[in-house]
Design a protein around this ligand. Structure first.
Ligand code: 3HC
Length: 286
């Protein structure tokens, strides 16, 4: 099945990146946010990133303009009704994702494929609320989406070979390298990443070192582009907390138990770059 029109639900950090890469690859993209304020914020994030792409010499100015024209914003889910593929990138909570898929299942024709950008939640469970479980898959992008080359494709219990094939062709067409994973909490990357990030917070809680030294140790000692606490601020402390909770719920393994400091930071609104403060101070322009 040929994918021409893509719907994206959610224009936060991940949704806006997904919108950008789809538009840059020439797809018609309709993105939905819950209200005009969030939609405006999300679309300006896309614009800013396209501009940065031009500044860094990754994108011609004419391509930036062309990409901009491919994108339409809306607050109505019904406007995604004629999409060939809908990618959901709402908050990492199963109930919210299910609500979106129940509604989309009613609005979209039988041919439409549903993908979730979930980082940890079960694709099979999301698919179970639709009448098209064979056409539901996980398509997990990484932050920053325009830069990170990976997409994890997740096969739910009922996902068909055709859907996996269409998902792979699509992800490759937007310039990504695909790895395939079964429907298991955290898939490949977060299975490995989350315990490491939580351990970094535990090290800080135990005053083993300062936040700066923990980050410098990993950056220079392991040649990671960012230390773990900087990465937590970058990805979102709230997002990582929800991922850890979901993984703990499934595995009941202490490695995935979020440390108390992280919970307190989430409750206090210290979510990292997106709220201006996390482990570090940030300007609120992102
Ligand atoms: N469009 C296209 N290319 C862009 C771009 C844009 N909007 N913005 C930057 N780039 C390119 C730059 O040109 C540069 O390319 P080059 O190396 O070929 O010159 C490259 O991206 C790096 O950009 P910068 O030089 O501006 O930035 P840094 O070197 O400071 O790197 C970073 C920034 C890419 C964020 C880097 O610090 C990094 O890789 N950090 C780790 C990110 C990471 O681990 N992400 C995964 C998080 S886990 C996740 O997402 C899963 C979820 O479920 C939690």
């Amino acid at each position: 099945m040929e994918i021409k029109r893509v719907g994206v639900v959610g224009c936060g950090l991940m949704g806006s990146g997904i919108v950008e890469v789809c538009a840059r690859a020439g797809y018609d993209v309709v993105v939905r946010e819950v209200d005009e304020a969030l939609l405006g914020k999300g679309l300006s994030r896309v614009e800013g990133s396209l501009r940065r792409g031009v500044e860094r010499g990754k994108l011609a100015a004419s391509d930036m303009e062309a990409a901009g024209k491919q994108i339409k914003g809306t607050t109505k889910l019904a406007d995604l009704g004629d999409a060939d593929l809908v990618i959901e990138a709402v908050i990492e909570k199963m109930e919210m994702k299910k609500e979106v898929f129940i509604e989309l299942d009613r609005l979209c024709p039988p041919r439409t494929i549903f993908a979730s950008n979930t980082s940890s939640l079960s694709i099979t469970e999301m698919a179970s609320v639709t009448k098209r479980p064979a056409q539901v898959l996980g398509m997990h992008f990484f932050n920053p989406v325009p830069v990170m080359k990976l997409v994890e494709l997740i096969r739910g219990l009922e996902t068909s070979d055709g859907t996996m094939g269409a998902g792979r062709a699509f992800a490759e067409s937007v310039g990504k390298t695909v790895v395939v994973c079964k429907d298991s909490p955290g898939f490949i990357v977060n299975l490995l990443l989350v315990p490491y990030l939580l351990d970094a917070v535990r090290a800080l809680e135990l005053s083993i070192a300062t936040k700066e030294d923990i980050d410098t140790a990993v950056q220079l000692g392991l040649a990671h582009p960012m230390g773990p606490l900087t990465l937590l601020d970058y990805v979102g402390i709230d997002t990582t907390y929800y991922i850890a909770e979901a993984m703990f719920e499934e595995f009941k393994d202490a490695r995935y138990a979020a440390p108390p400091l992280m919970k307190k930071m989430v409750l206090a609104g210290l979510h990292g770059r997106k709220t201006g403060r996390g482990f570090y101070e940030h300007s609120k322009t992102q």
